[in-house]
Design a protein around this ligand. Structure first.
Ligand code: SF4
Ligand code: SF4
Length: 755
């Protein structure tokens, strides 16, 4: 006899199973309508493959599986599809879901069907597909697709068939094992063939002796081991039964396959046998109808889609006696708000409970921290803590305390002296967390779609821009040679325009630009004349100011007179340079002196002699300028008189020599003596002028001034003549005449060499 193991927690509620075991399994008959939800299982709902008005046969596919975790559904009998749409389905929330409504025709006409023969000759995938096509989902209440569960590729040590049926009132599996043990065992054999376990165990509580006997007899010699163990709720839970039969504990959040175990319900094994052995899809199931509110309790083979109301009527429901109509057992079932909902693949019991059976719950009291809930918990959880977290909506802590290991057995609520509906808190919290996770996944998918869209738009814009640039460069390619030059010129022009615009906006920059341009640009034609004209203007203005100051009287007469002198010197030098072809003096165009006041004499010119130019003409000009500016020393009347006397003495000496020698030029020497005597007389008659008297030095009374001017003019004329000769200019003859004329004038102006 196989050893079994104990589990933590658990309770011993009243079983109330005998009420429904008095008679054999009966057929629930054919209701006027069959309502077939497309989601009678865990996973994606099936998709309808029929239309309203279609006639379907018994066993015909009416909804195909829409995913890997999904199962199809079939017509439980022949008839007509009269509706496809929302209908109220069995759910704690009394929600509606997609259903196919079938109107049976009473013929119960099957589709052609047959078993798969010797399943041992079929490979695993073929068998799994047959099970899948039969629409089989866990009949114990979970509704997980059987083919998916069996498709594990992990090594399986134990195949466990659950015949525990630990929940009070429910006897569907008990009845099935009693009456159809051989079929169950054949189904188990098929399952064994699929998963090839080392051990195959059928677990049955010791409160089902007839089922235990039947199954033991049926399994005898098959290698299938029927194991019994003490009754204790909830030993039928998957994790609990694995632990009872094998001692293995499924890790938190893990699956039984992780510990080498696959578990199926006895009803599932029976359905597998009908599918493989007879080619029958899952069309009906055994459902217990019990409770004080029904007169005829028992187990019924019910076509899927049969309305609860049909069964209630069939069993003689006393409506006045019903306190609660429960689908499932009193511990894990849920109250039906309507008897219109259909029987589905997971419906193992309908409990029409009276007030005596399910008294109104007492008002919940405050938790007294007795710890009885923790002692009763078969999952070794802390129901009290979970309760606090659920009340505070602390979902993270609920998950940290393994809320999802709770099998919702209700043991904690059952034992709680404060009547706290603990399991309702857990169900609600699970639903909330599941919804939050689903929404988070949706949000993540939406975010990924949004980012993918943004990336696509940016990529398209980049490609568009690249195409535009390619078109632009392609259009400019033929004129690339000259085009680049034009483009560069255009760029420079644009830069120049921008600079000019900037300069115009900045007066200082504009002035600097003009000054730079003036320095860098070659002197324009006629620049000397322009400078001379400016100097003449400045001189005229200075002379006018000087006259004005003299007329008004004051102490600035001397300063303005100096300015006039300076400008006169500059004008003389500019004219000489213009004649010599030299650029005008740097300060020729300066207007400061004339505008702002009297110009000051150049200190350098006054104190330091300028270096002698190499060019004789320039040297002569420089000497003339120096003489005019006073560098040669002021010539006073006394000095001039002395010079004249010296020249007169020499002239008389030459006259005496000529006269004594009988020279025929004696009259010329006499004329020279006479001329010098006249000049000396004129000088003697003129007012006395002291050296340094600026006004006096510029007076026409000075004898040297016309000579100097003639010397300058002659010097300039000779310079021009030299250039004309060097350039072989046709003007050289005229230049020569000018020079000759000036020489004569100068000779006449000068005192005769002989005095
Ligand atoms: S309902 Fe959950 S918490 Fe309560 S006893 Fe059962 S498994 Fe433990
Ligand atoms: S059984 Fe009830 S009263 Fe006792 S600790 Fe748990 S929740 Fe609190």
């Amino acid at each position: 006899m196989r050893k079994t193991f104990s589990i933590p927690g658990g309770i011993h509620p009243p079983e109330n199973k005998l009420q429904s075991l008095g008679r054999k399994i009966r057929s629930a008959g054919l209701p006027p309508r069959l309502v077939l939800p497309l989601a009678q299982h865990i996973g994606a709902p099936a998709e309808p493959v029929v239309a309203v008005g279609d006639r379907v046969l018994k066993g015909q596919l009416i909804g195909r599986a829409s995913g890997f975790v999904s199962v199809p559904c079939h017509a439980p009998t022949s008839g007509e599809v009269v509706a496809i749409g929302k209908h109220r389905v069995p759910h704690p929330s009394a929600m509606e879901a997609a259903c196919i409504t079938l109107a049976p025709d009473g013929l119960d006409e099957w589709i052609p069907h047959a078993g798969a023969g010797d399943y041992r000759q079929l490979d695993k995938s073929t068998l799994l597909q047959l099970i899948r096509d039969a629409g089989i989902a866990g009949m114990g209440g979970a509704g997980f697709p059987t083919a998916v569960k069996l498709a594990t590729d992990k090594p399986i040590e134990y195949l466990i068939i659950n015949g525990t049926e630990c929940e009070p009132y429910i006897t569907a599996d008990d009845a099935l094992m009693r009456e159809r043990a051989d079929d169950i065992v054949q189904g188990v054999a098929i399952l064994r063939h699929l998963v090839a376990p080392a051990n195959t165990l059928i677990g049955i509580e010791d409160n089902k002796p007839q089922a235990l006997d039947a199954m033991t007899r049926a399994a005898a010699g098959s290698g299938i081991e029927v194991v019994t163990f003490p009754t204790r709720y909830p030993s039928g839970g998957e994790r609990q039964l694995i632990q009872i039969l094998t001692g293995k504990e499924v890790p938190s959040g893990g699956l039984p396959a992780a510990v080498g175990v696959v578990m199926q319900n006895v009803g599932t094994a029976y359905a597998v046998y009908r599918a493989i052995g007879h080619g029958e899809p899952l069309l009906s199931r055994i459902t217990t109808v019990t409770g004080d509110a029904v007169a005829d309790r028992g187990n019924f083979e019910v076509l899927l889609g049969t309305p609860v109301q049909h069964l209630m009527t069939l069993c003689g429901l006393r409506a006045s006696a019903v306190a609660r109509l429960i689908m499932g057992g009193p511990m894990m079932g849920f109250t039906l708000e309507s008897a219109e909902v259909p029987i589905v693949k997971t419906t193992n019991c309908l409990l029409a409970a009276s007030r005596r059976e399910v008294p109104a719950p007492a008002p919940p009291q405050a938790c007294i921290r007795c710890g009885m809930c923790a002692q009763a918990c078969p999952a070794s959880l802390l129901p009290q803590q979970l309760y606090w977290f659920a009340q505070g909506k602390e979902y993270d802590k609920l998950e940290q305390h393994h809320l999802f290991d709770c099998i919702e057995c209700g043991c904690c609520s059952y034992v709680c002296p404060s009547n706290i509906p603990l399991v309702q808190y857990y169900r609600a919290s699970k639903a909330t967390i599941t919804t939050m996770k689903r929404d988070a996944v949706k949000s993540e998918h939406a975010r990924e779609r949004f980012e993918a869209r943004q990336q696509r738009i940016e990529r398209e814009q980049a490609e568009k821009e690249a195409r535009r640039k390619a078109r632009s460069s392609k259009a400019g390619a033929p004129n690339q040679g000259s085009g680049s030059t034009d483009k560069a010129a255009a760029v420079e022009a644009a830069v120049a325009r921008a600079a000019a615009k900037k300069a115009a906006a900045d007066p200082a920059a504009d002035a600097i630009a003009r000054a730079q341009s003036a320095r860098q640009s070659p002197p324009p034609a006629g620049g000397s004349q322009t400078a001379i004209a400016k100097l003449e203007q400045r001189l005229a203005a200075a002379e006018a100011k000087l006259q004005l100051v003299r007329d008004q009287g004051g102490d600035k007469v001397e300063a303005f007179a100096n300015s006039v002198k300076v400008l006169q010197d500059k004008l003389t030098a500019a004219r000489a340079q213009a004649v010599a072809g030299a650029p005008p003096a740097a300060d020729a165009g300066q207007e400061t002196a004339g505008r702002n006041g009297p110009a000051q004499p150049d200190g350098a010119n006054a104190e330091t002699p300028a270096p002698e130019p190499r060019d004789p003409a320039q040297a002569a000009i420089a000497r003339a300028q120096a003489a005019r500016s006073g560098n040669a020393g002021p010539v006073s009347a006394a000095q001039q008189a002395e010079r004249l006397r010296q020249r007169l003495d020499k002239a008389r000496e030459r006259y005496d020599q000529a006269r004594s020698s009988g020279n025929d030029q004696v009259e010329a020497f006499a004329a020279a003596v006479s001329k010098l005597e006249q000049q000396l007389q004129r000088l003697a008659a003129a007012p006395t002028v002291e050296p340094g008297d600026a006004a006096a030095t510029n007076t026409p009374a000075t004898v040297e001034q016309p000579i100097a001017q003639l010397e300058q003019r002659l010097l300039a004329a000779r310079t021009i003549l030299a250039r004309a000769i060097a350039e072989d200019s046709p003007e050289r003859a005229a230049c020569q005449l000018a020079v000759d004329s000036l020489e004569r004038e100068l000779q006449e102006a000068r005192p005769h060499p002989d005095g």
